[in-house]
Design a protein around this ligand. Structure first.
Ligand code: SF4
Length: 347
């Protein structure tokens, strides 16, 4: 979010012992450019982590000193900073893949005093802080990268008191409580709500979960704790496509939950996918119509074929992946303009 000149960036790298670069499938080329600048700037050690290196670690070993493959990257970072020799010993050919979660009470908080947080707020237009509370997922949606980051089918949680400490330290802000499925473990979700209620402060937050893991008792509790919006991966209402992506979402259940949330002053929001293989314009508009019928907020997002990433061999392959995935998926009977218009909808 900060505009830094090349020389300012080089100076930062020159003064640093370690430079960590998060890399996603849509920014691989830029990430490699940065890695090159780190190398040219001096002696600092470059480390890459994120979805792309998790899925194709050996590609990144050519450009970085170390690749963190595990999604429990905080643990890897801590090992590296506290004992570099131990980290090197545990890394195989420069790839650190040890999947040990951090204890629930020790999940770190972002160092807000070190971040250009005002610039972030200016871009987003609101004073909202994001904090991650879950890693891993027990579900198996074919389009989702979570299982590559955290391969075991398990969900790890931030301790509710640890979360509340962050909220208390940032009173007055709103929060995006980032979760894979917030309400999967209802006991934990209730404990989070109770911990927030016990602060006796008015806290405004939103989160993400699945339609099939909510019930009325929990919805009421979330509302009491200040939750004002819940996002759901509805993806599509086409049964054929739901089977393809291993994500069944029942229309009647979605409608029931949507109404229940509204009755409890929570705005329901649907995430929809554009470009699922086999999707037609008819599927797309059918899903959108159903969501509008329910009065849900929604946004479309492009389908990402993560399963192709492990097979990409060179930078041209990542460029091609980026072009095919993020520019335009060819959907029968849909023009490029209509496709782009759908991605621009913000409701
Ligand atoms: S439920 Fe959500 S996090 Fe879990 S696999 Fe599906 S999309 Fe990914």
């Amino acid at each position: 979010v900060e505009k830094k000149s090349k020389s300012e960036f080089s100076n930062l790298c020159r003064d640093a012992d370690f430079v960590f670069i998060e890399t996603e499938p849509y920014n691989v080329r830029n990430s490699l450019k940065l890695a090159n600048m780190v190398k040219q700037s001096g002696e600092s050690t470059s480390i890459v982590y994120g979805t792309a290196p998790s899925m194709n670690p050996s590609f990144f070993t050519k450009y970085f000193d170390f690749v963190i493959q595990t999604g429990h990257w905080e643990n890897a970072v801590e090992t590296l900073l506290s004992d570099k020799n131990l980290f090197i010993k545990k890394a195989t050919n420069g790839i650190y893949s040890i999947n040990i979660p951090i204890p629930s009470k020790d999940w770190p908080h972002p160092p807000l005093d070190l971040l250009p947080i005002k610039e972030y707020f200016n871009i987003s237009g609101e004073e909202q802080l994001e904090i991650n509370v879950q890693k891993g997922c027990v579900f198996n949606c074919s389009f989702c990268a979570e299982k590559s980051l955290i391969p075991r089918h398990e969900i790890y949680h931030r301790d509710p008191d640890n979360l509340v400490e962050f909220i208390n330290n940032n009173h007055g802000k709103s929060f995006y409580i980032d979760a894979t499925t917030f309400s999967y473990n209802k006991e934990w979700a209730i404990a989070v709500c109770d911990a927030i209620i016990n602060t006796k402060k008015s806290v405004s937050w939103k989160t993400v979960t699945r339609i099939d893991s909510l019930d009325e008792k929990l919805v009421k509790k979330m509302s009491e704790a200040g939750c004002h919006k819940i996002g759901f991966g509805i993806e599509t209402f086409s049964k054929k496509l739901q089977n393809k992506i291993h994500k069944p979402v029942d229309y009647n259940k979605a409608r029931y939950i949507s109404d229940m949330l509204k009755d409890n002053n929570i705005t329901p929001r649907a995430f929809l996918i554009l470009g699922i293989p086999g999707q037609t314009a008819q599927d797309v508009y059918f899903t959108q119509e159903k969501i509008e019928e329910m009065g849900m907020e929604y946004r479309w997002k492009e389908y990402v074929p993560f399963e192709k990433i492990p097979f990409i061999k060179d930078i041209a392959g990542f460029d091609e992946f980026e072009r095919q995935t993020y520019a335009f998926h060819n959907i029968p009977n849909m023009t490029r303009d209509d496709y782009i218009k759908l991605l621009e909808i913000k409701r």
